[in-house]
Design a protein around this ligand. Structure first.
Ligand code: NAP
Length: 240
């Protein structure tokens, strides 16, 4: 399969790139700021005999997303899977949120998926085949204190998943969200040990998730042919 993964340079995206590439898929890793990391992933995989493509694009900008998808279509002709993974989070009190904060988070986490999906759809619709996976969050389901805009952006992604599943199902395009719980990546590097231990204690499975847990769900969604419009929350039971 030909797979575009946004935000593939670090964290969950990096894990998806490495493992899906090892599974034999063709991968286009999108990155924005972490060029060194993206090139290192490409080099490390090359050392294993695996070739992946990398492309710099700020997914909050329509013109850059257009260039990303054009690059993919030049390489492959078809795009089978789009994983909208790129995202940012910011901890702040509601009263402190500026319009710039709002725009940055909404544009990176939500509007980006509007851009990427619109760009890949003509190819998927033409072939009546395609898979779109939105990486949302438990906070879009239950709301997070001091992360209101982040939660809104993820709830928006989930609403997009449900609406588009209805619209695109007749064209055999499946779209689902994966709503991770707390996963051990740089995004959570500011959480101190005490808070991490509290989260573990409140999680029925007693642990924090790893990027590989999200990869396993993505792998299943790529193989599955009868699931669409679902929000699959991989969270250790933290939110039930
Ligand atoms: P991370 O380690 O901070 O990595 C974020 C990735 O997003 C990086 O590769 C970054 O690329 C990319 N990115 C950010 N802004 C971008 C932009 N404008 N254009 C292109 N790429 C951009 O975060 P993570 O934990 O792996 O999170 C991945 C996704 O999972 C996010 O959508 C996040 O909201 C979601 N999620 C994470 C958790 C968690 O606990 N970690 C829980 C629920 C949901 P560059 O560095 O190259 O800019």
């Amino acid at each position: 399969m030909n797979i575009i993964i946004t935000g593939g340079s670090r964290g969950i995206g990096k894990c998806l790139v490495e493992n899906l590439a090892r599974d034999g898929h063709n991968i286009l890793l999108n990155y924005n700021k972490s060029e060194k990391q993206a090139k290192k992933i490409q080099e490390d995989l090359k050392a294993e005999g695996i070739i992946i493509e990398i492309f710099k694009a700020d997914v909050s900008k329509k013109i850059e997303v257009k260039a990303l998808v054009e690059f993919a279509l030049k390489k492959w002709e078809n795009i089978d899977v789009l994983v909208n993974n790129a995202g940012i989070a910011k901890l702040q009190m509601f009263q402190d949120i500026t319009e710039d904060d709002w725009n940055e988070i909404i544009n990176t986490n939500l509007k980006s998926a509007f851009y990427t999906t619109q760009e890949v759809l003509p190819n998927m619709l033409h072939r009546k085949d395609g898979i779109i996976i939105n990486i949302s969050s438990i906070w879009g389901l239950v709301g997070a204190s001091c992360e209101t805009v982040y939660s809104i952006s993820k709830a928006g992604l989930d609403a997009m998943t449900k609406s588009l599943a209805k619209e695109l199902g007749p064209s055999n395009i499946r779209i689902n969200s994966i709503a991770p719980g707390v996963i051990d990546t740089e995004m959570n590097s500011k959480l101190d040990e005490h808070i991490k231990n509290e989260i573990k204690a409140e999680t029925p499975l007693g642990k924090i998730g790893k990027p590989i847990d999200i990869y396993k769900c993505v792998k299943w969604l790529i193989e599955d042919e009868f699931t669409t419009g679902q929000i699959i929350s991989v969270n250790g039971g933290y939110v039930i």
